[in-house]
Design a protein around this ligand. Structure first.
Ligand code: F0G
Length: 477
């Protein structure tokens, strides 16, 4: 029997026009942006794979939900809809809404972390780690070693290494560990999932020592699909039930609803413990807004409540992850070095293998992201040394094992043809990697430097040296 193709479980009702640019215009735009794709104007971008955060296309039902926004300052009906959705699909008792994920991370860090505490996590996320440090904590990576190896085919590279966690408890004592931050579908590892078996075991270990486990549930629905597809005993369970089971082992979560939940803004902190939730409610009114809106408009909470329900539908999540896999497998077929297996929200190019002639301190991933933009107007993002920043104690650059360029797919936004254009551009760069030179810092801000840093090419010339004047990216040169 031949395999049949599948297609998206939706059709397009409204379109947004994109501006086509020339090679020369893109060269100028990236130079003006200091070779940092975060500093490009979105109007100069053709296919925007910078992030899957807040970039989803909402459904007609979500847009309709905006019209029933209750913009009362206190007790908005949409808050109660959202509370119902979080309880039903995530299973946590107390909901504290926030403007986005980092708002929830801020609250959680402030209410739980004391000066000198150590906060373990399965790889860091930029904002999560910074909030932990600003609250006086130190981050400790307890992810399995395979997560740092782009070529490892381990099906659950997001797993916590139980021995690393045990050793940390012995080393610093359980009383110095306020909680474990457990990320599902670990972003910085390439969108790699945790297995249910590992989630259960790590939660049992932590609870045995009186340590809470808080989920970073930002991409927990994508993780649930991988459990269904890869873990024994889960093939016949629904994504909805798997998500509930993941959450049931933990004590609460921080959530950036701008990802899984299919909205353009919003987040929440959810906690089972009433006393802890009380502390969070006391803080949310200082930093975000009243406890029944937390920085969101009523209509945004309604769109989120509807989006959460849509996010766990099998057809949706299967098509979402399937599009990422389409992009990833085409690149693998062309021999392009990418993080294996293909993750849930994006494809991650291994920039060190792609540009072996560019040394780490010339930021190969930053240079590759800039070059991809110049070639075809595709915007991607550096996830390597620039994102990792400096050691807060020594001030030295941190060079993580992974030096990646992330091609992140917005949900329900781009077509297969957009993927094909992206693939052709990457493959053409890969055929002549020597055209791309490294970068050095021109301006480096103190916190989360990847957002605002500016760079200059090391040899003073353009990123695509030999391509100067040449027509690359046949598309819109
Ligand atoms: N946790 C994870 C795993 C994330 O990926 C993000 C955001 C956050 C927390 C913070 O949430 O942006 O709503 O404040 N990730 C985005 C990205 C920015 O592009 O990966 P936020």
């Amino acid at each position: 029997m031949t395999t049949r193709s599948w297609a998206e479980p939706y059709k397009i009702k409204m379109v947004e026009h994109l501006r086509m640019t020339t090679f020369a215009e893109r060269e100028r735009a990236i130079a003006e942006a200091g070779y940092n794709t975060f500093l490009l104007r979105s109007e100069d971008v053709y296919i925007d794979l910078l992030t899957d955060s807040g970039t989803a296309a909402m459904s007609d039902r979500q847009w309709a939900g905006l019209m029933v926004g209750d913009e009362a300052y206190a007790g908005s009906r949409n808050f109660y809809h959202l509370e119902d959705a979080v309880r039903r699909y995530y299973g946590y008792k107390n909901l504290i809404p926030t403007h986005q994920g980092r708002g929830a991370e801020h609250l959680l860090s402030q209410i739980c972390i004391k000066d000198g505490d150590v906060v373990p996590g399965n790889m860091y996320f930029t904002t999560t780690k910074l909030h932990q440090e600003l609250a006086g904590g130190r981050f400790r990576d307890v992810i399995i070693d395979e997560a740092h190896d782009p070529a490892s085919e381990h099906p659950f590279k997001g797993n916590v290494d139980l021995d690393k966690m045990r050793r940390l408890i012995e080393e610093v004592g359980a009383e110095r560990i306020p909680y474990l931050s457990l990320e599902t579908n670990v972003n910085m590892a390439g969108g790699q999932p945790c297995s249910m078996e590992n989630i259960k075991a790590v939660c049992a270990l932590c609870h045995e020592h009186g340590i809470n486990v808080f989920l970073d549930a930002t991409r927990a629905v994508e993780n649930s699909l991988f459990i269904k597809e890869r873990e024994d005993g889960y093939a016949d369970k629904t994504v909805e039930n798997i998500l509930l089971e993941i959450c049931s082992h933990t004590d609460g979560c921080t959530m950036s609803a701008k990802k899984d939940s299919l909205v353009n803004i919003g987040g929440f902190l959810a906690l089972n413990d009433d006393a802890l939730a009380e502390k969070a409610r006391n803080l949310v009114v200082i930093y975000e807004g009243l406890q029944t809106y937390g920085g969101m408009a009523g209509r945004d909470m309604e769109a989120m409540a509807i989006g959460i329900g849509e996010s766990v539908q099998f057809e949706h999540i299967h098509a979402r992850v399937g599009q990422v896999e389409y992009l990833g497998h085409k690149l693998i077929d062309a021999g392009v070095p990418v993080v294996r297996p293909i993750g849930g929200h994006g494809v991650f190019l291994d920039a060190q293998a792609f540009l072996p002639h560019v040394p780490r301190d010339q930021y190969p991933a930053q240079a590759l992201a800039a070059a991809l933009y110049v070639d075809s107007g595709v915007r991607s993002m550096e996830r390597g040394a620039v994102s990792a920043g400096r050691d807060p104690v020594t001030g030295e650059n941190i060079f993580p094992k992974l030096e990646l360029v992330r091609l992140t797919l917005p949900r329900r936004v781009y077509t297969q043809a957009h993927m094909d254009v992206t693939i052709e551009s990457i493959v053409s760069l890969f055929e002549h990697p020597e055209r791309i030179c490294g970068l050095r810092f021109d301006y480096e801000p103190e916190h989360l430097r990847f957002f605002q840093s500016r760079f200059k090419p090391v040899d003073g010339d353009l990123v695509l040296r030999a391509a100067k004047g040449e027509k690359v990216g046949a598309l819109h040169s």
